[in-house]
Design a protein around this ligand. Structure first.
Ligand SMILES: *Cc1c(COP(=O)(O)O)cnc(C)c1O
Length: 393
């Protein structure tokens, strides 16, 4: 198909060629290897002179369809799928960097990405410098001859800080850096980093792309030549996504737009409720006018997303007591599920940081993170409301 459709249509109509059975929906290709006509067919396939699946560590029709869909949605040239978000992030950095290289990254990165930067990559002499704002003067001072990658998450987790993708894209080009954006919190339905100069977009497909809390998956999409390097590294090191999970994720993308419309509408209503509530100290949501970077969020995001952070009184104890009074919403660490999920980062996901490290990334002791789900908004608000009335701060 050469006609370009709207993203909602691409999510549904992007599909690889069907088999001789003419199935409508895509079947699952659970086959570890693929067969050849004869010796010449096999030789040419191994020589990459023709497109032919060889072995599922290298490629599989389900993975291909998933990658093609995400490429269309993100506006990317090519992509690779991975067993999890983290295997995609690790493989991308390991494939593109060499001993002694240097990364510039926003400070408030996902926890395991932080461990990758501070504990794992340093084993190969790769160092990371964190920055806190899209402030180009400060950033210029951090550039070393070895700096290769500029890495950004926006909005950040769970502080919902917004980084200026356009400014950072120009900065990366000026300094010849590979600009990588983890777009997991926004998805391409809300924000398209490639439009602002990102060379690679990463996803934990486990989150809003699956959207139903079922499977792990990761994706990297972007410039063809970078994807070739990542693909070559991945083929030989084996972080491949299971075709079954690729099939689940490809089906999930079909409903991404309608799920996100509802996620974001619910989140905006809950954010407004929390802002008016006398027992809530502060609320962070990108599309609330009170967000310190509201204008920037409006510029680079179509919607505010489904994550809200707010503060209750009473510090660590107050935060824990609040979640102990939650009745319907789930207490778990995932996000982007149909079910509304509540976490208390200071006592869980970010408990290993010192209080001063937590405050640098916007996590106070009483901060609560909500991944707003698809239940009826009144039921979500009722649950939060009764927990706010009942907890002791
Ligand atoms: C969850 C998450 C990851 C890691 O993804 P997994 O699929 O759990 O490996 C990376 N980045 C962000 C922003 C995430 O939320």
């Amino acid at each position: 198909m050469t006609k370009k459709f709207h993203p909602e249509t691409e999510s549904i109509r992007t599909q690889i060629k069907r088999s001789e059975h003419f199935e409508h929906s895509n079947p699952i290709y659970l086959s570890s290897s693929f067969i050849f006509e004869d010796a010449e067919d096999m030789r040419a396939s191994f020589a990459e002179e023709k497109q032919h699946n060889i072995y599922t560590r290298l490629s599989n029709p389900n993975n291909e369809e998933l990658v093609q869909k995400l490429c269309k949605l993100e506006g990317a040239e090519a992509g690779v799928s991975f067993a999890s978000g983290m295997s995609g992030i690790f493989t991308t950095f390991a494939a593109l960097l060499s001993q002694g290289d240097h990364i510039l990254s926003v400070r408030a990165v996902f926890g395991s990405t932080h461990s990758l930067f501070t504990k794992i990559l340093p084993k190969w002499g790769i160092q990371t410098t964190y920055f806190d704002y899209s402030d180009l003067d400060t950033l210029s001072n951090f550039i070393l001859p070895e700096t290769k990658i500029l890495f950004v998450e926006s909005p950040t987790n769970p502080g919902l800080q917004i980084f200026d993708l356009e400014l950072l894209g120009e900065f990366a080009n000026k300094h010849n850096l590979i600009f990588i954006v983890d777009n997991c919190f926004a998805t391409p339905y809300i924000q398209k980093p490639i439009d602002y100069g990102a060379h690679i977009v990463l996803h934990s497909a486990t989150k809003l792309i699956d959207g139903q809390g079922r499977v792990l998956g990761g994706l990297a999409v972007g410039k063809e030549e970078l994807m070739q390097e990542i693909k070559a590294f991945s083929r030989n090191t084996g972080p491949s996504l299971s075709p079954f999970n690729a099939w689940v994720l490809s089906k999930s993308i079909e409903t991404l737009s309608i799920r996100l419309d509802k996620h974001c509408d619910n989140a905006f209503s809950l954010a407004q409720f929390l802002e008016d509530h006398p027992l809530v100290k502060t609320v962070r949501y990108p599309f609330l006018k009170s967000h310190p970077q509201y204008e920037l969020a409006r510029k680079q995001m179509n919607k505010g997303g489904n994550i809200i952070a707010f503060e209750v009184d009473g510090g660590l104890k107050g935060g824990q007591d609040f979640i102990n009074h939650i009745e319907m919403c789930s207490l778990t660490s995932n996000l982007g599920d149909t079910r509304t999920i509540i976490t208390h980062p200071a006592s869980t996901t970010h408990s290993k940081l010192t209080p001063s490290e937590r405050s640098l990334v916007g996590i106070s002791d009483g901060l609560i993170r909500i991944s707003v789900g698809l239940e009826h908004i009144n039921d979500i608000i009722d649950d939060i409301s009764q927990a706010l009335d009942a907890y002791s701060n």
